[in-house]
Write a protein that binds this ligand. Structure first.
Ligand SMILES: NC(=O)c1ccc[n+]([C@@H]2O[C@H](COP(=O)([O-])OP(=O)(O)OC[C@H]3O[C@@H](n4cnc5c(N)ncnc54)[C@H](O)[C@@H]3O)[C@@H](O)[C@H]2O)c1
Length: 424
């Protein structure tokens, strides 16, 4: 037997860097963004743990629950503060008695059990994950560790502590794999057929949840979501005067849901959903990557696609399209409220004011083709190269994307010279 560290330890990006705690006060000027729904509180829900609570989507849920249910629910944001999170996402809640941040790792049972016991958690929303699809092609062990082992540890800890009466596992439409245009939208019972390492880990995590629900009667619900976009996501870098990248032919489509609508979907499932069920969360706004790029350029008043769009090679495998049917959720009363135009305008407006939200990331997280090195997410080339090609007009010979769940959702992997795009 070799004496080295397990592969996934070597591949795990560092967290706990001081920049995640640094407080430059930017959040003080930021609006408190939430969804729009609210329900009569459930009497047996008191303390809700949201894993990954300092990331993009989970922070929308955290702010929503804290702001909409100040008397009824206490919300614990549990996060290891990985490379794409920001404490700014919840700092505006810190003077509220029903909010707490816990710095912890879901792969560490001690961290999880301590949190469950300390706060007597009765409800878990599990969103912590590695989500950057492009990183998953080259650093997949970290995805298995955080997404599969992390879910496993959370489930085991839930059984051990015994206080949790609702476990919501947040998954993705990517677990179904790609869906041909001539096929109908997929319902919740459709076969899971993931095609990239990220999606495979999300499907595997779901299997753990389903198995634990059967074996140990964990009161679980699985939620599979379309692409989510909005403020607080690492996205839309045009204001940094960087062109957008499109993988392949630009015809891949995705359906886009505003993050406030996603928060409403979670809120609806919490209050009206049935334990033991799976719910798709869908969107009516399906766009190709090229259409999305053009809409973004329009928003910035930019018309010259040759200057502002760079075409790159495709991912090793890139699902042409995802298509889920959210009828079951809509029957609970959820509606998609925010139109794509409205959501995009709100997103661009927010980023024009808060582009420094994640600190000085241009040469690391926003670098063209970030890689995991020595436990850190870094630019694969020297910062000299990054700067050399930072201005519009630099040549590009490889690829990035306009795609989704590129966690820190705007970071791309692919080429030697490059440029960064946007993500949604
Ligand atoms: N972004 C999308 O379009 C989308 C669509 C469908 C489903 N999802 C799912 O929603 C969830 C959130 O996605 P996101 O885009 O907001 O991701 P994100 O990358 O912005 O946030 C993930 C958060 O999880 C935290 N985290 C990662 N590993 C952890 C660990 N081991 N312990 C504790 N915290 C950890 C990170 O620090 C980060 O704050 C994920 O589970 C993802 O699979 C996302």
């Amino acid at each position: 037997m070799g004496s080295g560290k397990p592969a996934w330890d070597a591949a795990t990006p560092s967290s706990l860097e001081s920049r995640f705690f640094a407080d430059d006060g930017l959040w003080r000027d930021a609006p408190l963004l939430t969804g729009q729904s609210s329900f009569d509180p459930l009497p047996d829900v008191r303390v809700i743990m949201v894993t990954g609570g300092e990331g993009f989507i989970a922070s929308w849920l955290v702010r929503h629950l804290v702001a909409k249910y100040p008397e009824a629910y206490t919300v614990i944001s549990f996060d290891k503060l990985d490379y794409c999170s920001s404490r700014h996402n919840s700092r505006m809640l810190e003077d509220r008695p029903n909010f707490h941040f816990v710095h912890g790792d879901v792969t560490c049972q001690t961290d999880v059990v301590d949190c469950l016991k300390r706060f007597k958690i009765d409800t878990i929303f599990h969103l912590a994950a590695h989500t950057h699809v492009d990183l998953s092609f080259g650093n997949s062990y970290a995805f298995t560790k955080n997404n599969v082992l992390g879910t496993h540890v959370l489930l085991e800890s839930t059984i051990g502590v015994g206080t949790v009466t609702r476990f919501f596992h947040i998954s993705t439409d990517e677990v179904y794999g790609e869906v041909d245009t001539e096929k109908g939208d997929l319902k919740e019972h459709s076969l899971l057929d993931p095609t990239n390492p990220y999606a495979a880990t999300k499907a595997a995590a779901e299997m753990m949840v389903t198995a634990y629900a059967r074996s140990f009667k964990i009161p679980a619900v699985v939620v599979r979501m379309n692409n989510v976009y909005g403020p607080h996501q690492f996205t839309n870098l045009l204001q940094r005067k960087m062109p957008l990248f499109i993988h392949g032919d630009g015809k891949h489509t995705r359906r886009f849901l505003y993050a406030g609508d996603a928060a409403d979907a979670f809120d609806t499932i919490l209050h009206r959903g049935e334990l033991g069920q799976v719910y798709n969360v869908d969107s009516r706004d399906e766009l190709s990557n090229f259409e999305l790029a053009k809409k973004l350029l329009d928003t910035f008043g930019l018309t010259d696609t040759d200057t502002w769009i760079r075409w790159t090679r495709d991912r090793p495998f890139n699902d042409r399209r995802y298509a889920v049917d959210g009828t079951k959720l809509r029957k609970l009363g959820w509606v998609q409220r925010v139109s794509f135009e409205e959501g995009l305008a709100a997103t661009v407006n927010w980023y024009s004011k808060f582009s420094g939200w994640w600190g000085p990331v241009d040469n690391t997280l926003l670098a063209p083709f970030p890689v995991l090195k020595g436990g850190h997410v870094v630019a694969p080339e020297t910062s000299r190269k990054t700067e050399e090609h930072a201005a519009v007009g630099a040549q590009v010979d490889g690829g990035a994307t306009l795609n989704r769940e590129t966690a820190c959702n705007g970071v791309e992997a692919g080429s030697k010279k490059r440029k960064v795009g946007l993500m949604a």
